[in-house]
Design a protein around this ligand. Structure first.
Ligand code: NA7
Length: 555
């Protein structure tokens, strides 16, 4: 692809204006790089722009799911709930975009169709959906991990005469399900968050469940400061320190430092004891305590939760007992019991999910043994009958981590296409750079801890590493950086080794591409832990970018 001579040229082009793209732009600007961002949506926010379904919230507490790069921003922003809703997160992203004047370098409503490396001039030629051509010395892909929706190919789907929705591309206007018969396919995190709210509205809600999911309560609560006392008195971060919002703000740095030392970059302290060295009474006490705290740190109930099948099964059984206790109809309760290793699929965090099945207007349709046969104009046909519906919701997830990258026609050295390179699954050095694709960076790409961690801290770590790298190259007049195939292979091998026996690799989930037909089974995120990963990245940079080939201008 040749760029017209008058097409714009930048030091860096960023694809995506979610949390990653925005911070990347901010840092690059500050470092003096001429930068331009393309974003397919009409505004900032990435996944939080699209996922507007009822009940959409982050499963990480708001005080932790926030940028750490600006102490002023940390202090001035007031989260109103322990777990922020999608609208509140979007308000935060908008606040950040305004505060740092980011919009002027973002081109909205523009999808990147192709990015092709021009070896002669060591630059990326970018083609956008509006036919625009742009070039840049570096291209940073910040398209997020959950940004291409998955809609299973149900027979007859196009014939459905009612309203069809997908949780991952929810309309911008409010949907009123009152007086409607509603169907929802899927019982992952998006469904678990939306089902309780839709059930409150709908005349009847049918939940089509293929695999029951583990979920633990959020115990969400308001955080707003009382104007009289200037104190919220609420636990914004209650896992093991019971801190209020004000206490966190007084030592935000401390919270971040504690978070960065943990496997998942989340500040909470896992139980240091093994399940197997505790008595039954101690175990039950610990379970109950963790359940009362709620959220993802339930997984810290024992030190060996993720490594010992026996310890894991004890935790799984505790959650199953909770389900049986909450859900009154024993047949429904039985159908809701997950059997896979707890924590293998991402644990969901809910508000009133299991309780919803006690409502008379909610029916669980168990399609685990006999799949949905087809979609008809009137509804869903399953288990030998038709379920008539006014609205059908696909809560069927995403082509995670690689889907969006593979939709862009990315071609590296010698015309090598990304989908050829990744035909048997994603391969990348540190989940940051790809052999054969010089000057291309991915933020929280496959091969990095990304979705197994607090995304905000992982994004910041990647962005900071990339900016340091680009400054290093600029200072030395280096035109190209590219990982060697050997370094990339070593990283992929290491990644596979740590994942091979990990509990997260023991079921079919979107982490391994198991939710997409024909997708190669590869454990995509790096499961070696955040601190370990950061150390590796730091060492590689400190040794003059070991594992990379650096080529000077004209060489
Ligand atoms: P998930 O977690 O991928 O859940 C998708 C759900 O859709 C899951 O229950 C699937 O069942 C179900 N599904 C997918 N295809 C079908 C078909 N063909 N028939 C019936 N059911 C189907 O996506 P979410 O959007 O809920 O959550 C994604 C992430 O976002 C989540 O992990 C958080 O990080 C936030 P399955 O389990 O495959 O049997």
């Amino acid at each position: 692809m040749d760029a017209p001579t008058n097409s714009p040229h930048y030091d860096v082009v960023i694809v995506g204006a979610g949390f990653a793209g925005l911070y990347m732009l901010h840092r690059l600007r500050g470092a003096g790089f001429k930068t331009h961002v393309f974003e397919r949506a009409s505004d900032v926010g990435g996944t939080w722009y699209w996922n507007r379904y009822p009940g959409a919230r982050c499963d990480v507490e708001s005080m932790q799911y926030a940028y750490s790069f600006s102490p002023e921003l940390e202090q001035e922003w007031e989260w109103t709930e322990r777990y922020a809703t999608q609208p509140e997160i979007l308000r935060y992203v908008n606040h950040v975009a305004g505060r740092f004047d980011l919009r002027r370098d973002i081109q909205f409503n523009t999808r990147v169709a192709a990015a092709i490396f021009d070896e002669t001039d060591s630059r990326w030629m970018i083609e956008t959906s509006d036919g625009g051509r742009t070039s840049a010395n570096y291209c940073v892909i910040a398209t997020g991990c959950l940004s291409t929706i998955n809609t299973p190919n149900f027979e007859g789907l196009e014939s459905f005469a009612g309203s069809l929705y997908h949780t991952g591309e929810w309309p911008h206007h409010e949907i009123d399900f009152s007086d409607q018969q509603v169907g929802i396919i899927g019982t992952g995190s998006s469904a678990i968050q939306s089902i309780p709210l839709i059930a409150e509205q709908a005349k009847h809600l049918y939940v089509f469940q293929r695999t029951p999911h583990y979920t633990v309560p959020a115990w969400n609560q308001p955080l707003q400061t009382d104007p009289k006392t200037q104190h919220s008195g609420r636990k914004a971060y209650g896992y093991d320190e019971d801190l209020t919002m004000e206490e966190i703000k007084a030592d935000y740095l401390g919270l971040r430092q504690r978070a960065r030392k943990t496997f998942a970059a989340l500040a909470f302290t896992p139980n240091p004891r093994s399940a197997l060295e505790m008595t039954e009474t101690e175990r039950q006490q610990e379970f109950e305590n963790r359940w009362k705290r709620g959220g993802l740190p339930f997984q810290g109930v024992f030190r060996d939760f993720a490594v010992s099948r026996e310890a894991n099964e004890l935790a799984a059984e505790f959650v199953r007992q909770k389900i049986q206790h909450i859900v009154k109809d024993s047949v429904v309760a039985e159908a809701l019991l997950p059997t896979y290793t707890i924590g293998c699929k991402r644990l969901a965090v809910d508000t009133g999910y299991y309780e919803t099945y006690n409502r008379p207007n909610v029916t669980l349709v168990n399609v685990s043994k006999s799949p949905i046969e087809r979609i008809t104009p009137a509804g869903v046909y399953a288990l030998g009958r038709e379920y008539p519906l006014n609205s059908l919701i696909m809560a069927t997830g995403f082509d995670a981590m690689t889907g969006t990258l593979l939709k862009i026609n990315i071609q590296g050295r010698g015309g090598l296409r990304l989908h050829e390179k990744w035909a048997e699954g994603p391969r990348a050095y540190l989940g940051l750079c790809l052999a054969g694709f010089p000057n291309l960076f991915t933020i929280t790409g496959p091969g990095s801890p990304s979705v197994l961690t607090n995304m905000l801290l992982s994004i910041e770590q990647h962005v900071d590493w990339i900016v340091d790298c680009l400054e290093y190259l600029r200072d030395r007049n280096i035109a190209e950086i590219e990982p060697t195939l050997e370094a990339e292979n070593e990283w992929v091998t290491h990644n596979n080794e740590v994942a091979s026996d990990h509990i997260r690799n023991s079921c079919s989930s979107w982490y391994v591409g198991g939710n997409i037909e024909g997708k190669p089974r590869v454990f995509m995120p790096y499961v070696g832990g955040f601190p370990n990963y950061v150390e590796k990245c730091r060492n590689i940079a400190a040794t003059g970018y070991k594992g990379f080939v650096l080529r000077g201008v004209g060489s």
